[in-house]
Design a protein. Structure first.
Length: 214
């Protein structure tokens, strides 16, 4: 059985980056979305990523980015993947991957089983599908809001690509989430914060422990 991959998302300080690495995270996420309390500029991502050992993935999270935005992020040479967290189509995701030569993750907003079925259109166009809860229409952020969806929708689903589970995960529920979905990767942001955008080292450590035991 291979080890559960863990992505800690929305990191913005050297302390919390170090804590996530030491706690065993396989991937770190850096949100580049100005309206987010977790927003970090490309240069900050470069500096934070320089603290990360090569075996840990470094993922920039963006939503409906312009090509210039992607170019600036890719130019940091700090990233192992770009996570598209907006309304990008399969064609747009494939074009980003081809143009910028970087692995692409696509967040799939889930409310119903139809949303999971629709993810099939991205297989082949992206490198990983990240199933996350759909945020309400008009919400300030497309992710990082601590919302979860009905995990049983993923039970027994055949997903034609590497994938992960996100949305409303916490120290207390990650074991149940993995038991239900058999997710190979879990992603968390607000569940390891003390306030929006403020990551909590103790919560990061506790989450990684709980995920590893699941
Ligand atoms: O976290 C943000 O502020 C954010 C802003 C814009 C696009 C995506 C964003 N987060 C995406 C993530 O990958 C989160 O980790 C994911 O939505 C789960 O968040 P949470 O439910 O708070 O654990």
């Amino acid at each position: 059985m291979s080890r559960l991959a863990i992505k800690i998302c929305g990191l913005s300080t050297p302390d919390t980056v170090g804590a996530a690495v030491r706690a065993g995270a396989s991937h770190l996420g850096f949100v580049h979305f100005p309206k987010s309390p977790r927003h970090v500029e490309a240069e900050q991502i470069r500096a934070l990523a320089a603290l990360v050992p090569p075996h840990v993935g470094r993922v920039a999270v963006v939503a409906d980015p312009a090509d210039e935005t992607i170019a600036a992020l890719v130019a940091t040479n700090a990233l192992t993947a770009l996570q598209l967290h907006g309304k990008e189509t399969p064609e747009r995701a494939a074009a980003v991957r081809a143009r910028f030569g970087i692995p692409v993750w696509k967040a799939i907003s889930v409310k119903t089983g139809a949303d999971i079925d629709a993810a099939e259109a991205y297989a082949g166009a992206v490198d990983l599908l990240l199933f996350d809860a759909k945020t309400p229409e008009g919400a300030a952020l497309p992710g990082g809001m601590g919302l979860r969806f009905d995990w049983t929708l993923l039970r027994g689903a055949s997903i034609g690509a590497p994938w992960g589970l996100s949305g409303g995960l916490s120290i207390g529920n990650v074991a149940q989430a993995v038991a239900i979905t058999r997710a190979p990767l879990v992603d968390i942001s607000s569940g390891v914060e003390s306030a929006p955008g403020i990551k909590d080292v103790d919560k990061i450590v506790a989450f990684c422990k709980a995920a590893e035991l699941s």
